[in-house]
Ligand binder design. Structure first.
Ligand code: THU
Ligand code: ZN
Length: 138
């Protein structure tokens, strides 16, 4: 069954419940829809060694890629405080490895409101495979 845009932000909100956030107490949920309509969700998973923390978006992306998906259609992100969370710079770059600049990224603003960006707006200059061309030997 196709997952509507409304259902996708709801899936991101639902994913908040699984967040492991004993340190920040800031829950993040993400829902990533693939080109064939499959949805993968993720939540942030913190660690006592803070830098080991997994972000919701990278958990969703990893799950999708692990299951053979390389093309993405839409990402929804929500936070527990409904404060207009957006993917951090690291997650933007991770998404750009697979998604085009025009990937819609919809962010929960609370009170039923959302803001929509494209990945290209959020990260206009990505590091891509082409960026590395000059460094590689022929
Ligand atoms: N967080 C995410 O899950 N995604 C982002 O892109 C922004 C930050 C999480 C990491 C940490 O658990 C908490 O939010 C506070 O930074
Ligand atoms: Zn992130």
């Amino acid at each position: 069954m196709a997952v509507s845009d409304t259902d996708l932000i709801e899936a991101a909100r639902d994913a908040l419940a699984d967040a492991h956030v004993p340190y920040s107490e800031y829950r993040v949920g993400a829902a990533l829809r693939t080109a064939d309509g499959t949805v993968y969700t993720g939540c942030n998973i913190e660690n006592a060694n803070y830098s080991n923390t997994l972000h919701a978006e990278e958990v969703a992306l990893a799950e999708a890629v692990k299951n053979g998906h390389r093309e993405f259609d839409r990402l929804a992100v929500a936070s527990g405080v409904r404060d207009g969370v957006t993917p951090c710079g690291m997650c933007r770059q991770s998404l750009a490895e697979f998604a085009d600049d025009d990937l819609p990224v919809v962010c929960d603003e609370g009170d039923g409101e959302t803001s929509e960006y494209t990945l290209g707006e959020l990260l206009p200059n990505t590091i891509s495979e082409g960026t590395l061309d000059d460094a590689r030997s022929p």
